[in-house]
Design a protein around this ligand. Structure first.
Ligand SMILES: C=C(O[C@@H]1C=C(C(=O)O)C=C[C@H]1O)C(=O)O
Ligand SMILES: NC(=O)CC[C@H](N)C(=O)O
Length: 787
């Protein structure tokens, strides 16, 4: 009873906001900005936001009974055109029709799409801009009228804010609208904010939540203050229907994202000291050391190495050694199944695996486990497996053992696997992870090598030969003895993307962006390479890493099934020279490093020139959009997100690129209910925003359904597969690091044919020639070894 009273008392001091999301990628930037505003009034000590989708309710009749629970409504930004009504905006159009004046007294803030919809309902027109602005920062100028209405209280006359819109509001002759703010550009003077007269309804065309917008928090706080004083006046505040079930009702309503962690994080973990073997040696700081070491390891190995060392990146190399105790987790999206078996277990044959994938039931206690998606999701399966293996050991070493492998594009959110439907395709895994007990881990910056084993089974002979060959030898060979070229006697048949098809795909992207459906689309292509005879993947990797040194050079050859006579299991191979980190985490923080903006190196293109180009509106907008999208991905689960580096220019072997760094803090220090591991964040933010564009959901769907399947149908039904996914590890000491699968090649048949993906983000400022060149530059960085 007492607890109930306290609960209701707390609720009474909270301001409750209903946020209506149109499947945008900036939603949680706004939601968190609202929640951060605590100084509303002495009576209010917190702001609570409940988020629903614009199609959560079919009609206002369903939403209406819930309205008294909320002090204000925020209608967020999003893709689509308000003129298309419910088709693009769900309930929002009906909301602003305001039948019988039910919302007359309810404070509303519309942002971008929300603003446009609000104005349209008042009789304004919403039309396409001649010159579209996506991720561009402009100066907003307040009108005198703004001074009296309170929304811009405390603002200077001008301030800078980010714009993401293809459409704009023309409010000429609409008496109901009180213009508050405008901006000027090639389109002329444009309305950037307005109030609906005689109602507590406000709107902004720009994005107050963008990391490049000034005073966004003040705008939201002003709106909340206005809402509070409005509700005090009208009696809405007093009459708010609070009850014991209030929190329950709100949390049931708020189902826009899956907040369940894949496993429950404990307060403490065992040290693992008794079983973990970690031996440290002094070695050369030359990153080529990793490759020299690989040469003496005869056992199967996965390599996540660095061939370029720079600040915060590429300092470590990992050689993971799977053995018969390693569990292999494969996910098959098309048939919604996960398989689990031990690495090279002779009791697991390819024919047995095939039968299982084709739907035949198996003995669940046998060597091969098949888990259907509706029994346990892939991620939950991983969480359950890792839960009891987490230890608090050597946190300063990024990897001491754990899961390593690849998560493909199709395992990401919003991507459908249906089209890889035929038999062969459905046996292609979209994710493959292997649990590693033994590894060699090298810190190139400090010249340290670690032999590590989680179960004290590190191969004695390997440790001996590592000490014999590398320990205390400060100099290693200046030049690695690996072949610079592929064997001359092998020819390659190369099928590239068709230029006309690419031009059509580019035009379609432009059309969607002009219509307001997307702000940025990462259009990608696939190239197929068939060698006249199979070259060992390791041999290709040797040449590749020399031609294209990168901080995330990875080698994976999944020989996890021992072939019986006459069998040819489809061996997934992956060779990568990625420059891009997606996500890195430790127990309490995680870091994302989106790369957006690319310039090819050349005699006339040095760092100075590249920096000039990379800071132009096109590249700036491209990066900012993804930066804001990534903040959103993190904010969905974690409240403390910061941009720690803003658009630095980084140099790579063949290109200069624009890089930003975003971090989330306090993953596990949060209360038990809201604790997450890096793996939750990873699950949540795939596919990487830099490979999709924004807004993520609609852009992924448009690319998949309307554009790329046709463009890339010469390869694997147009699926992106491994490309556009991530590669890395989840270490048992709660560290993780994953790079984006770009500048990579992959084979589903042990090297009989290879695929190379390449693409780039397209914005309204892109040109066909510019994008084609960028795509070819990226493609050539790896394709060159076959030419
Ligand atoms: C799509 C690719 O790269 C992505 C697109 C980039 C861009 O548009 O500038 C840069 C790096 C990657 O995030 C690729 O390399 O294939
Ligand atoms: N960011 C937005 O809300 C954009 C609204 C609308 N789709 C436009 O492009 O103008």
């Amino acid at each position: 009873m007492l607890a109930d009273t306290i609960n209701i008392k707390q609720q009474q001091q909270q301001l409750h906001v209903l946020f209506i999301d149109s499947y945008d990628s900036f939603t949680y930037n706004v939601v968190r900005l609202i929640e951060q505003q605590t100084k509303i009034s002495p009576e209010v000590n917190a702001v609570h936001v409940t988020t629903i989708h614009s199609d959560t309710f079919q009609s206002m009749a369903q939403l209406q009974p819930l309205l008294p629970l909320f002090d204000a409504i925020v209608v967020g930004p999003g893709p689509g055109n308000p003129n298309n009504g419910a088709q693009d905006m769900g309930i929002i159009s009906e909301l602003f029709e305001n039948a019988n004046g039910i919302l007359d007294a309810v404070p509303i803030l519309g942002i971008c799409l929300g603003f446009q919809a609000m104005c349209l309902a008042q009789g304004a027109t919403v039309c396409e801009l001649d010159t579209i602005k996506h991720g561009q920062v402009y100066e907003m100028c307040l009108k005198d009228e703004a001074r009296s209405c309170g929304l811009f209280s405390g603002y200077p006359d001008t301030f800078k804010s980010t714009r993401y819109h293809s459409l704009h509001v023309n409010a000429e002759g609409v008496d109901n609208l009180l213009p508050l703010c405008s901006t000027k550009d090639e389109n002329g003077t444009l309305l950037m904010s307005a109030q609906i007269k005689h109602k507590p309804w406000f709107g902004v065309q720009y994005h107050p939540e963008s990391c490049c917008s000034e005073l966004g928090g003040l705008l939201v706080s002003n709106f909340l203050k206005l809402s509070f004083s409005n509700n005090m006046k009208t009696g809405r505040w007093e009459s708010k229907k609070l009850n014991r079930n209030f929190s329950d009702i709100l949390s049931k309503l708020d189902r826009t994202i899956d907040r369940d962690p894949i496993y429950k994080i404990k307060d403490e973990y065992p040290s693992g000291d008794k079983t973990t073997y970690v031996k440290q040696f002094e070695v050369s700081k030359d990153p080529k050391l990793t490759f020299e070491i690989c040469d003496i390891i005869q056992e199967p190995k996965f390599v996540m190495s660095s061939s370029v060392i720079s600040e915060n990146r590429g300092e470590w190399s990992i050689i993971a050694l799977p053995n018969s105790k390693s569990k292999v987790f494969s996910h098959y999206g098309a048939i919604k199944k996960t398989t689990v078996y031990n690495w090279q277990d002779e009791k697991v044959s390819y024919s047995m695996l095939k039968k299982c994938l084709d739907g035949q039931d198996l003995d669940l206690h046998g060597p091969l486990t098949v888990i259907k998606e509706d029994e346990s999701q892939f991620w939950i399966t991983l969480g359950k497996f890792m839960e009891n293996r987490i230890i608090d050991n050597h946190r300063e070493i990024p990897f001491i053992g754990g899961l390593v492998g690849i998560l493909g594009y199709e395992i990401g959110q919003y991507v459908s696997c249906n089209r890889c439907g035929d038999d062969e395709d459905s046996h292609i895994p979209d994710a493959k992870l292997v649990f590693i007990n033994n590894s060699v881990v090298i810190n190139h910056k400090e010249g340290k090598l670690y032999c590590i084993s989680l179960d004290s089974t590190f191969p004695v002979t390997l440790e001996q030969s590592l000490t014999d060959n590398f320990v205390l030898k400060k100099d290693i060979k200046k030049k690695i003895s690996w072949p610079e070229y592929l064997p001359k006697e092998v020819d390659f048949t190369i099928t590239m993307p068709d230029k006309v098809d690419y031009a059509n795909a580019f035009a379609k992207c432009q059309d969607y962006m002009h219509k307001g459906d997307s702000y940025e689309m990462c259009l990608t292509t696939q190239t197929k390479v068939v060698p006249s005879s199979v070259i060992e993947p390791w041999r290709i990797f040797q040449t590749l890493v020399q031609k294209n040194p990168a901080p995330f050079s990875s080698f994976f050859e999944f020989n996890d099934i021992v072939p019986n006579q006459g069998e040819r299991p489809p061996v997934l191979c992956f060779l990568s020279t990625s420059p891009e980190r997606f996500l890195k985490w430790d127990a309490d923080t995680c870091e994302l490093r989106p790369i957006k903006g690319t310039v090819r190196k050349g005699p006339q293109m040095d760092l100075f020139e590249a920096t000039k180009i990379l800071k132009t509106p096109k590249e700036f907008g491209e990066n900012l959009m993804i930066l804001d999208l990534i903040r959103n991905d993190l904010y969905e689960l974690v409240p403390d997100v910061r941009v720690e580096e803003f658009m630095s220019v980084e140099e790579y072997a063949t290109v200069y690129q624009l890089v930003s760094v975003v971090k989330a803090h306090g993953l596990t220090s949060a209360s038990k209910k809201t604790r997450y591991s890096g793996m939750d964040i990873l699950k949540h933010s795939l596919p990487p925003g830099s490979m999709t564009g924004a807004p993520k959901k609609i852009t992924v769907q448009l690319l998949q359904d309307k554009i790329e399947t046709k463009l890339n149908n010469h390869v694997n039904g147009g699926a992106r597969g491994v490309y556009s996914g991530v590669t890395g590890y989840w270490s048992v000491n709660s560290n993780g690091d994953w790079s984006v699968n770009i500048r990579c090649m992959y084979s589903y048949n042990g090297g009989a044919s290879w695929q190379l993906g390449a693409g780039g983000a397209i914005t309204v400022l892109s040109t066909l020639d510019g994008e084609l060149e960028e795509m070819y530059t990226k493609l050539e960085s790896n394709l060159q070894i076959f030419m």
